[in-house]
Every structure is written in structure tokens, then in C-alpha cells.
Write a protein that binds this ligand. Structure first.
Ligand SMILES: CCC[C@@H]1OC(=O)[C@@H](C)C[C@H](C)CCCCC(=O)CCC[C@@H](CC)/C=C/C=C(\COC)CC[C@@H](O)[C@@H](O)C[C@H](O)CNC1=O
Length: 157
């Protein structure tokens, strides 16, 4: 179990370190092209949630994030032991939520820098914490699918 929390700590450190690098070494709005027309590092700030929704609603974000963190820790304690997929997914979700929470607490906005243009659509600029949340969501879906299949398989025998 503890190793899943250490995964969260590792992701949070990586998230906060990369955000610190962007804030320290790049001016706001500066963009460094990595792969022409596909991937750049752009120093961006988002006072809202995904796609900039709910700009500046910090109290709402604190409330939601504390609830999300509480639910994740509870699920980690109950379901985390059953399957390492679920535990990994929960650890990633926990890291993402905490990573952006730290930004919202101290900066009142979230630092973003991964700027992808996918099929000519300039995808919203995001960060490591968002990626961890996104991968965590995908993994939860996969884990529940695998666990479902296992249950069906055992009941068939
Ligand atoms: C990733 C969740 C967003 C993250 O939620 C958080 O912090 C959580 C812990 C707290 C929120 C207050 C509550 C969740 C709101 C739900 C939501 O938002 C549904 C989104 C779906 C999502 C599938 C998971 C799609 C993907 C989006 C993006 C990332 O794609 C990789 C674009 C990110 C850019 O708009 C970037 O500017 C965002 C900025 O960094 C602040 N980030 C947040 O608010």
C-alpha cells in the first residue's frame, strides 16, 4: 500500500518541480516549440478548471478537491488492497488532485505548460497533475472492466 502513496508523492514532486521550472525560467505566454506544429512548452496560467471553466471559483475548487482527496483515500484503504491497477489509478488521481490543489492554494491559479496541437485543434494547455488525473481516470475505467471480467469469470466456474 505504502508504495502507492510513494507513487503519489513522486508525481506531486515532479508536478511541482516542473511548474517551478516554468515559472522561474519562462515569462508568461512564452512558448518554446519542441516539435513544430505538434508540441510546444507554453507558460500558461489557468484560474479555473479544465478548459478554463469556473474561473476564480477558488472556494468551490477547495471544497471539491478536499472531497475528492477524502474519497480517494477512503477508496485507497478499502479497494486499494484488492487490485494493484485500482491502487495505481487512485494514487495517480490523488497526486493530480493534490498537485493542482497546491497551485490553487499558493498561486490562486494553476500553472500549465504542455501545449499540444492535435489534428489542428490547439488542445487546452495542461500540466503533469492533469496528466496524472487523466491517466488515473482511464486506469479506473480499465481496472473496473478487468475486475468485472474476473468476477464474471469466477462466477462462471
Ligand atoms: C484534468 C482535470 C482538470 C483538473 O482537475 C482538477 O484539478 C480537479 C482535481 C479539481 C477540479 C476543480 C474538479 C474537476 C473538474 C472536472 C473537470 O475538469 C473535468 C475534466 C475532464 C478531464 C478528464 C480527466 C479532461 C481533460 C482536460 C484537460 C487535461 O487534459 C490532460 C485540460 C486541462 C486544462 O484545461 C488545464 O488548464 C486545467 C488546469 O491545469 C486545472 N486542472 C484541473 O482543474
Amino acid at each position: 500500500m505504502i508504495r502507492f502513496y510513494s507513487l503519489s508523492v513522486l508525481v506531486i514532486i515532479l508536478d511541482q518541480w516542473t511548474k517551478w521550472l516554468v515559472v522561474k525560467n519562462m515569462t508568461y505566454g512564452e512558448s518554446i516549440t519542441i516539435i513544430e506544429g505538434f508540441f510546444s512548452l507554453t507558460s500558461h496560467r489557468n484560474p479555473g478548471a479544465a478548459w478554463g471553466i469556473l474561473q476564480g471559483q477558488m472556494t468551490f475548487f477547495y471544497l471539491i478537491t478536499v472531497i475528492v482527496i477524502g474519497v480517494l483515500i477512503y477508496y485507497m484503504q478499502t479497494y486499494g488492497k484488492q487490485s494493484r491497477y485500482t491502487a495505481t489509478a487512485l494514487a495517480l488521481l490523488l497526486a493530480g488532485a493534490i498537485g493542482n490543489f497546491i497551485d490553487r492554494l499558493f498561486r490562486k491559479e494553476v500553472v500549465d505548460f504542455f501545449d499540444f496541437i492535435i489534428f489542428n485543434y490547439d488542445y487546452p494547455i495542461f500540466n503533469i497533475a492533469d496528466s496524472s488525473l487523466f491517466i488515473g481516470v482511464i486506469l479506473v475505467l480499465i481496472a473496473s472492466f478487468i475486475d468485472e471480467r474476473k468476477k464474471k469469470g469466477s462466477s462462471m466456474q
